[in-house]
Write a protein that binds this ligand. Structure first.
Ligand code: FRU
Length: 441
């Protein structure tokens, strides 16, 4: 069971539990991916930070565990930056009060040159708790225009911004979120923020937020906001009720981008390919948890307005090209449909379709995504559709990255991504596409 669903071209831990990507940073050409990890169990337990490295984002080497629980608590999610004096990690120390309530504070850790040794700062916690039950997931970025470090932190159902010149002393700047985007019973987790160039050359800040529950596809989901950031406040460029999603699948959560010193024109994100609805119940043996593919983010103009699109880095595309292992492949198609026509996509040799692509009218389409329920996995079955602009050329480009049951569908030049886990009887069986009878357009 364990190895049947272990992807070849995605990161997964050798053993134990994994959830969110943490501390993502590229240093001296090496991509470092830390992650929420319990090395001793396949369910979420006392969190450590695991550590993987790669020179190409395709082949990963698991390194020794980086952060261990200590007197301040267990090690929840966080980030990494590179400074003149080395790499610094930020994480949330999570503990419980005498009444059993969550208690979360932000901590600073110093890494040695090759990121093999990690020392807690003597002044931890560097950001104490202001009286919030959910106060976690510090993401630190360098804000060039105001010449300071900025930390984004979960503050209940909002994100808090803090500023610092030395990474140790933090000043509250502002909060964003109330009445913006999607809210639910759960906190806004794992914030991140990157600047991207719009097609007109303008810089637009993309604020990324994990929402659990209440995601687009139920359970955990990753929404984003487009706007401006002046070093103190984030201002949403869209009407507050606008809801934008980095991925429309049920298995794309807690996305984070790699920090690269000096900034980057192509921020690269990785997410945890699971959902808290059933993350503790997925079929596994020695390990539980896989990461999504890395995706390079960019801004595109669409009939619906400015949106984030994403594509797999060239090294990942090449990795799929060269991969001969059964059940790991990439499929590219251009789908030409007349209004009202539909195409069904069947994966893993199964009779039930997993996707139905429809051109609903001259300029709109939809992708219906279907997954059969699995015994013992709560909320795993699904059937819903994602609406999209149909390309003016009449042909919709569609790519499927399939890796031992993990399916990432990208369409319309990366405007739409749908990431879903499957646990098929035959992960290596071929994809079949079938035309369906036309629907009334
Ligand atoms: C998101 C999350 C974070 C938290 C971590 C704990 O999946 O709940 O908010 O830091 O997981 O493992």
């Amino acid at each position: 069971m364990t190895e049947t669903y272990r992807p070849h071209l995605h990161f997964s831990p050798r053993r134990g539990w994994m959830n969110d990507p943490n501390g993502m940073i590229r240093v001296d050409g090496i991509w470092h991916l830390f992650y929420q990890h319990d090395p001793d169990s396949t369910v979420h337990g006392p969190m450590h930070w695991g550590h993987g490295t790669s020179s190409d984002l395709v082949n990963w080497t698991e390194q020794p565990v980086a952060l261990y629980p200590n007197a301040l608590g267990t090690c929840f999610s966080g980030s990494a930056v590179e400074t003149d004096v080395g790499v610094k990690l930020f994480y949330t120390a999570h503990s419980r009060t005498a009444d059993g309530e969550d208690y979360q504070v932000q901590c600073l850790v110093h890494a040695n040159d090759d990121l093999s040794n990690f020392e807690s700062d003597a002044s931890n916690p560097v950001l104490p708790n202001p009286g919030l039950a959910a106060f976690r997931d510090p993401k630190v970025i360098w804000h060039q225009a105001s010449g300071k470090w900025v930390m984004l932190v979960t503050e209940g159902q909002c994100v808090g911004f803090y500023g610092s010149s030395n990474l140790r002393d933090w000043t509250y700047l502002s909060s964003f979120g109330e009445a913006h985007g999607r809210h639910s019973g759960g906190p806004w987790e794992c914030p991140d923020m990157v600047p991207l160039a719009a097609p007109n050359g303008e810089t637009v800040w993309v604020l990324i937020i994990g929402l659990n529950p209440g995601g687009y596809a139920q359970g955990s989901g990753t929404q984003y906001f487009l706007g401006s950031f002046d070093g103190t406040h984030f201002t949403n460029a869209n009407p507050p009720q606008t809801e934008l999603w980095l991925d429309y699948g049920r298995d794309y959560y807690a996305a984070q981008t790699f920090f690269e010193r000096g900034g980057t024109k192509t921020p690269t994100a990785i997410a945890w390919a699971s959902n808290w609805l059933y993350a503790r119940q997925t079929k596994t043996g020695a390990f539980r948890g896989v990461m999504s593919l890395p995706r390079e983010l960019r801004l595109v103009g669409t009939p619906d307005g400015l949106r984030v699109a994403a594509s797999a880095p060239a090294s990942v595309e090449a990795g799929f090209e060269g991969q001969g292992a059964p059940g790991t492949y990439r499929l590219d198609r251009r789908i030409t449909l007349a209004p009202g026509e539909q195409l069904a996509i069947h994966l893993f040799g199964e009779d039930q379709p997993h996707f139905i692509v429809s051109r609903t009218s001259g300029n709109r389409g939809s992708i219906r995504t279907m997954r059969q329920p699995v015994d013992g996995m709560d909320g795993f079955g699904h059937d819903y559709a994602v609406d999209l602009p149909w390309p003016g050329t009449g042909a919709l480009d569609l790519t499927l990255f399939i890796d031992r049951g993990l399916v990432e569908l990208s369409a319309a030049d990366g405007l739409i991504w749908i990431t879903n886990l499957f646990f098929p009887a035959h992960p290596e069986a071929a994809v079949v596409m079938r035309s369906l009878e036309a629907i009334d357009a």
